[in-house]
Design a protein around this ligand. Sequence first.
Ligand SMILES: NC(=O)c1ccc[n+]([C@@H]2O[C@H](COP(=O)([O-])OP(=O)(O)OC[C@H]3O[C@@H](n4cnc5c(N)ncnc54)[C@H](OP(=O)(O)O)[C@@H]3O)[C@@H](O)[C@H]2O)c1
Length: 320
Amino acid sequence: MSVPVKSIGIVGARGYVGGELVRLIASHPHLEIAFVSSRSTAGEEVAVHVNGAPAGLKFSSLEAPDVAASPADVVILALPNGEAHRYVAEIDASERPDRVIVDVSADYRFDDSWVYGQPERFRETIRGATRISNPGCYATAAQLAIAPMVDALNGPATVFAVSGYSGAGATPSDKNNPEILRDNLLPYSLTGHIHEREVARHVGHPVHFLPHVAPFFRGISVTVSLPLADAMTIDEMAQRYERAYGSEPLIQLTGAKPPLVRDIADQHHVSIGGWCVSEAPARAVAIATIDNLLKGAATQALQNVNLACGFDELEGIANG
Ligand SMILES: NC(=O)c1ccc[n+]([C@@H]2O[C@H](COP(=O)([O-])OP(=O)(O)OC[C@H]3O[C@@H](n4cnc5c(N)ncnc54)[C@H](OP(=O)(O)O)[C@@H]3O)[C@@H](O)[C@H]2O)c1
């Protein structure tokens, strides 16, 4: 049976996440690009900025009403936090409000009228959805590392996280300034980071989140310390992750061997492993690594588009 082609537009396509999306969608068999929008590069060839972009494709600068009037069946918003609402409002008010929107910012991750797009945990709710909030990059790694253990915890999970500087986006800031990052590790937002609230909300358990930026470009390593009600063996811990993720194509379990951040760059999956336990106090530790721009953003967004459109979930995603 032939699968109908859907047209897709990307707003914020000049950014790091937008670029990854253009590259992935260009080789998707059932998606065709309706537009790629950027204000600063409007009129320029996308291929000049994004390796793997289709020849002849150009950026255009579309305001929210232009996006709503476009023929796109699917719109991905890859904008800074706080910018999505006006695009959503225009599409809501348009003649085709039932189009699929995937927002990669944090703007709808706390909104119950949107579906939270973490396929390995909430796959069935994403199928056929039209408003999907893509999880954060740190939040994806942290929640996948915590979720299989949540019923065994007797206190907040602590998440020590280190991100490459592409996590801060392409717009210049201290967190992607090579001079500040050189030979350095930059702690920031050590209380109240938005991903702390996001993980706590979506795993249903309190989390203490300690983010840092490092001088490498892409990839995140999160080390999760889990206080346990009762001591657990390494085998019991490993079985929990195997039960939760053993059949997931985009989660690789590394067992007692800790996953390393340099191995996850350019990969579509999350690696989880490095199990450690202690008896007194009863505690377990797990490590997760993720490419923040792929499974932490673009790959997960494409999984969500595929589920929303009824395509195979991994269509257009080479299994990394
Ligand atoms: N980087 C990551 O690892 C990562 C991971 C997961 C989620 N996210 C989230 O994904 C979103 C995009 O992140 P990014 O890293 O790709 O950011 P980025 O590199 O800074 O790109 C932001 C994009 O948004 C456009 N833009 C900026 N301000 C805008 C405005 N006021 N109105 C319309 N367009 C605007 C920019 O293009 P023009 O200025 O040319 O229009 C650019 O294309 C953010 O919400 C971020 O939190 C990022």
